[in-house]
Design a protein around this ligand. Structure first.
Ligand code: PRP
Length: 195
């Protein structure tokens, strides 16, 4: 049995399922069933929260996983990237309110930045010798500046629509990301159908 962890809901969920179907796997993930056996191969699909996928794969509870590079780097887990998958392209960016006085990177010094990616942000700020307060949130970050919880956010941007709808402008590019196939340290070879 090969166990593959994919996102249960979210931006990579449908594309991950489409990718696995293109690989020849047959399955029907109906409703909220989180463990799904493929009907034509001895493969089990585990539908998980995206942030948990690197841990399941690292522990060998899942043999493979499909996850965003951003999540993998944030979690710093010891998983091998088998290959980039060419979907789920987005960027991690620092954004500020349209009328913010923050214009240069150095202006972030002493400010509060809300993010769901504290480790990536911490490294980025360190590289640029900036000391700022990091406020850890899990989602809907774009609301934090309007509610005066933060002066800036560091979040994923795909189309840019969420930033625009919330009166924010992206100012600094932290990293590019896309979906990648990862494998557990216990797995030596990747089955041909996944490649
Ligand atoms: C992600 C991300 C942004 C949004 C960006 O959130 O955190 O909020 O997508 O996409 P856009 O540039 O195409 O507007 P998601 O919808 O995954 O939910 P979340 O807020 O719970 O993280």
């Amino acid at each position: 049995m090969i166990r593959i962890a994919i996102q249960s809901k979210g931006r990579l969920s449908q594309d991950s399922q489409s990718y696995l179907k293109k690989c020849g796997l047959e399955f029907d993930i109906a409703g909220r069933k989180l463990l799904n056996q493929c009907t034509n191969q001895d493969v089990m699909l585990m539908c998980l929260r995206t942030a948990d996928i690197p841990e399941y794969v690292k522990q060998g509870v899942a043999d493979f996983g499909i996850v965003g590079q951003n999540t993998l780097i944030e979690k710093a887990q010891d998983c091998t990237v088998v290959k980039p998958l060419g979907f789920g392209h987005c960027c991690l960016k620092i954004a500020v309110p349209t009328l913010s006085p923050i214009k240069q990177l150095a202006d972030l010094g002493g400010e509060r930045i809300a993010t769901a990616y504290p480790n990536i942000l911490k490294n980025y700020l360190k590289q640029h010798a900036i000391r700022a307060a990091i406020i850890m949130l899990s989602g809907s970050l774009e609301i934090a500046p309007a509610l005066h919880l933060a002066d800036a956010i560091c979040d994923l941007v795909q189309s840019g629509a969420t930033l625009k709808a919330n009166g924010l402008r992206a100012v600094w590019h932290v990293m590019d990301s896309q979906a990648v196939l990862i494998k557990s340290p216990n797995i030596n070879t990747t089955p041909g159908f996944l490649l």
